[in-house]
Design a protein around this ligand. Structure first.
Ligand code: SAH
Length: 208
């Protein structure tokens, strides 16, 4: 019973470590099929990453939910996402914080994501075109930063744009032969620390 997104929550997310009710509710409320091409729509609620344009992917729902849960967005937070892709993760995130700024290097994807978000009424998301590894200094600092592409080296600009108390979730490519290490970095007055979450496979973060 319920919508496909509600079933996805019950079957893929709740049993696999997503416990934050706000995150579950946000995941249940965003129509994932709207962020896909007509050809891919019938796969929208499968438990995996899916192809979008420009050789990129929309992440597996469970990974989106676990990243957002770890970053713990609060209603007044301003969040930065690097790697807009389809706009899906930005849409989910936007339900949980005040404002989302998302940066995409492929202009075609940015344009499409922006149109989808506007059409669906996600009015607190802004899409920008550029090299997200440089962050988006104008609106910094951010309480939450989500990076949806794997970094070979930790982008220093993103650390600098993280607010004190802020959380950044980022896949780090430790070696080319191994899966990436999904990490959460936390900035405190004393400095920046991180904890490894789990291994992941993201597309690479490419220079602008
Ligand atoms: N969050 C997306 C999935 C993104 S896939 C979603 O929900 O659909 C990763 C995206 O990062 C791709 O669209 C890719 O073009 C983008 N990307 C790669 N390197 C980048 C960079 N340096 N700056 C901004 N975007 C980048």
């Amino acid at each position: 019973m319920g919508t496909p997104a509600q079933r996805m929550v019950a079957e893929q997310l709740r049993p696999h470590g997503v416990t934050d009710e706000r995150v579950l509710q946000a995941m249940a409320s965003v129509p994932r099929e709207e962020f896909l091409s007509p050809r891919m729509r019938r796969h929208a609620y499968e438990d995996r990453a899916l192809a979008i344009d420009c050789g990129q992917t929309i992440s597996q729902p469970l990974v989106v939910a676990l990243m957002i849960q770890a970053a713990a967005p609060q209603p007044d937070d301003v969040a930065l996402e690097v790697g807009t892709g389809s706009g899906y993760a930005a849409a989910v995130l936007s339900r949980l914080c005040r404002r989302v700024l998302t940066v995409e290097r492929e202009a075609a994807l940015a344009e499409q994501a922006s149109a989808t978000l506007r059409r669906l009424g996600f009015d607190n998301v802004e899409v920008a075109v550029g090299d997200g590894s440089l962050g988006w200094p104008a609106d910094s600092p951010y309480q939450v930063i989500l990076v949806a592409a794997a970094a070979a080296v930790l982008p220093q600009a993103l650390i600098e744009q993280l607010a004190e108390g802020g959380r950044m979730v980022i896949p780090v490519a430790v070696s080319p032969e191994e899966p990436q290490d999904l990490r959460i970095y936390t900035r405190r007055a004393e400095g920046v620390t991180y904890r490894s979450m789990f291994p992941v496979l993201f597309v690479p973060l490419r220079p602008g």
